[in-house]
Write a protein that binds this ligand. Structure first.
Ligand code: PEP
Ligand code: MN
Length: 293
């Protein structure tokens, strides 16, 4: 981590106003002659022509429900499974996830469906534990500036999915990415999930402008999580289509086989049939912008 500074090629584009790349975005900014990066997680390749579709519950809740949902998203066209087991809930009295016991459920769902698994890690002390099962580590919005966690995740040897903080600028988000890259975590994917603004009609304001900015100035794949942006299942398909149109390399969608019973994020969870419809609706947009889904 304390290597001598390397010489870098000039940045590939003129910085945008409001983003002074400066000297400290060394690894996250795309340099002249540098290709865009792809990140491979099992059958999912982020940054390739095919849009990566990640589906699954907000939280793994029990074996049966995870297996039903995992099978449904696999059949519906997902190439990756999501499911939180360490949940960073706003209240300490809300369901906190199954913890380490949930990791086995994720491993079993992967074995049944063949889908690689992404799950969140919230404590630097749990990175090795989560990395022993997960195919990709998720750093959540609330953890985006947890420097020890960023370093541990970067050094874990696993691909990392870094959400944007609900309160971070693009510049700060890239600063967080830089920590992961500097720790050796080259297989890094960014995820826009909405930011907090004065608008209350949606849970967060989905900033698709950030996707365009980040694709312009970095070499990293960028995906969108419309579920946490919307906060309401009725909006998720429309935001997903917009995300693909703007150039997102993938989508992270919350799906539950019985959303009404979900122990977290019920209102924004699609049921399995809605997920199927979302994939069909997104496929048309993907084709229109020269991609597959
Ligand atoms: C999640 O993906 O379930 C999650 C907690 O997301 P975020 O960190 O974006 O709030
Ligand atoms: Mn959630």
């Amino acid at each position: 981590m304390n290597e001598p500074l390397r010489q870098f090629e000039p940045v590939v584009t003129t910085p945008f106003s409001g983003i002074d790349v400066g000297d400290d975005l060394k690894l996250s900014v795309r340099r002249e002659g540098q290709a865009r990066q792809t990140v491979t997680v099992g059958q999912a390749v982020f940054g390739a022509r095919r849009v990566v579709m990640i589906g699954g519950p907000c939280a793994g809740e029990d074996r049966e429900s995870l297996e039903i949902t995992a099978a449904a998203v696999a059949a519906g066209g997902a190439t990756m499974l999501r499911g939180g087991v360490f949940k960073p809930r706003t209240s300490p009295y809300s369901f906190q996830g199954l913890g380490s016991a949930g990791l086995q459920l994720l491993a079993d769902a992967r074995a049944r469906t063949g889908l690689p698994v992404v799950t969140e890690v919230i404590d630097p002390r749990d990175v090795a534990l989560v990395a022993a099962t997960a195919d990709m580590l998720q750093i959540g919005s609330r953890s985006v500036q947890n420097v020890p966690l960023l370093r541990e995740a970067g050094a874990s040897g696993k691909p990392v999915l870094l959400k944007r903080g609900m309160m971070t600028t693009v510049r700060e988000w890239l600063g967080a990415a830089e920590y992961i890259l500097a720790a050796g975590g080259n297989d890094l994917v960014l995820c826009e999930r909405g930011i907090r603004t004065f608008e209350a009609a949606t849970r967060n304001t989905l900033d698709l402008g950030s996707v365009a900015v980040v694709k312009e100035i970095t070499h990293l794949p960028v995906i969108v999580d419309p579920s946490h942006a919307a906060g309401d299942a009725r909006l998720v398909t429309a935001l997903s289509r917009a995300a693909i149109a703007v150039g997102a390399d993938g989508l992270l969608i919350e799906v539950h086989h019985q959303p009404d019973t979900a122990r977290s994020d019920a209102a924004q969870s699609l049921n399995c049939a809605q997920f199927d419809d979302l994939v069909t609706a997104c496929r048309a947009v993907a084709r229109a912008v020269g991609r597959d889904l």
